[in-house]
Design a protein around this ligand. Structure first.
Ligand SMILES: Nc1ncnc2c1ncn2[C@@H]1O[C@H](COP(=O)(O)OP(=O)(O)OP(=O)(O)O)[C@@H](O)[C@H]1O
Ligand SMILES: [Mg+2]
Length: 323
């Protein structure tokens, strides 16, 4: 088990009577990408501001790379931050901007120059170091911001909505960079987003926040598993196997099999009253059915659980919390 490099323990921030962050606890290991997910106002930015020592907590504590929350100076030294809305000096070039920050961290002129070349390349801006930031696209600015966050070779990097406002290609580029930061640099990344597919693609762990509270946290798989809505699935098999597939599935008393209208090669499998009839969990019942189909030698062309996407889990949980 890798070292815990980010840990929030009962972290709380009140603004008057309003709880922007309310008893938030989670942890992440070195090299892990942790997604803070939640709708607008959920408390993502406030959580990041607390963890990066920009704000002081009302109560609770945290540790970053082994430093306790009280050691703000040490924490600041070993973190990199892309804030929610960062302004850029438009008169500077990308290279000047990075060299300026490198110098702030005490590097010599020569070291700053070579670091800026390295970081520009790391974020795909090697051709743009001599261009003014004013002509950069939004995606390029975001990538420059990530490069800046890496100037001090941080062990934990916080990125607040790193792909906000980017087109799909720009998003993919930024997600790639984030993966590299975690893998090649072995940095822990904490990123916030309200884009669910993003979390599914890059994060090993997710913390779903709503109204300042953690609704659920864990691996993406765990979160989805806990939130499975419908306990139903669609199974597609070759048309001439449909009847045999139905027979195989009907051996299991917990499963209800229906034809999908207009799609004769598709069966809908539902688990009846999950967990009530048998000791098996809905997932186990579904697996048993699928195993019986494949054991009968029937080729499975498609099998998809309904409600098994993180977005479904997210919508369900955030709407339940509001209700
Ligand atoms: N300085 C402040 N004073 C009062 N309330 C604040 C302050 N900062 C944040 N809040 C409130 O705390 C809540 C959480 O805000 P926060 O910015 O952390 O949310 P967020 O999850 O980052 O949202 P978004 O997705 O819109 O960026 C919001 O309701 C916000 O209005
Ligand atoms: Mg925010």
């Amino acid at each position: 088990m890798a070292n815990i490099s980010v840990e929030a323990i009962h972290l709380t921030k009140h603004y008057g009577a309003y709880n922007a962050v309310d008893d938030v606890s989670f942890s992440g290991s070195q090299g892990e990408i942790i997604g803070l997910l939640g709708p607008n106002g959920a408390g993502k930015t406030t959580t990041i501001r607390l963890l990066t020592t920009v704000l002081g907590p009302t109560s609770g504590e945290f540790s970053i790379a082994g430093h306790q929350s009280t050691a703000a100076t040490e924490i600041r030294r070993c973190i990199g931050v892309l804030p929610e809305s960062s302004g850029y000096p438009s008169h500077q070039t990308g290279g000047e901007y990075l060299r300026f920050y490198a110098r702030l961290y005490g590097l010599s002129r020569r070291q700053a120059r070579s670091l800026s070349v390295e970081l520009l390349a790391a974020v795909g801006l090697e051709q743009w170091g001599r261009s003014r930031i004013s002509i950069y696209s939004r995606g390029m600015r975001q990538r420059l911001g990530i490069a800046r966050a890496l100037v001090n070779d941080p062990s934990v990097v916080f990125l607040d909505e790193p792909t906000l406002g980017l087109d799909p290609a720009g998003q993919a580029q930024v997600l790639d960079i984030i993966r590299t930061v975690a893998n090649a640099r072995d940095a822990t990344v904490v990123l916030s987003t309200h884009l669910l597919p993003e979390v599914e693609q890059v994060c090993s762990k997710v913390v779903i926040l709503n109204q300042g509270r953690v609704l659920v946290s864990g691996s993406v798989g765990e979160v989805i598993g806990r939130a499975l809505i419908e306990h139903s699935a669609h199974l597609r098999v070759p048309l001439h196997h449909v009847e045999r597939a139905r027979q195989a599935l009907m051996q299991f008393p917990g499963l209800t099999i229906n034809q999908v209208e207009g799609q004769p090669d598709l069966l809908r499998i539902a688990v009846e009253t999950p967990g009530a009839a048998s000791a098996a969990s809905p997932a186990e019942a579904m697996n048993a059915g699928l195993t019986a189909v494949t054991a009968a030698g029937i080729p499975v062309l498609r099998f998809e659980l309904e409600g098994a996407r993180l977005s479904d889990a997210f919508l369900k949980m955030t709407s339940e919390a509001v209700a």
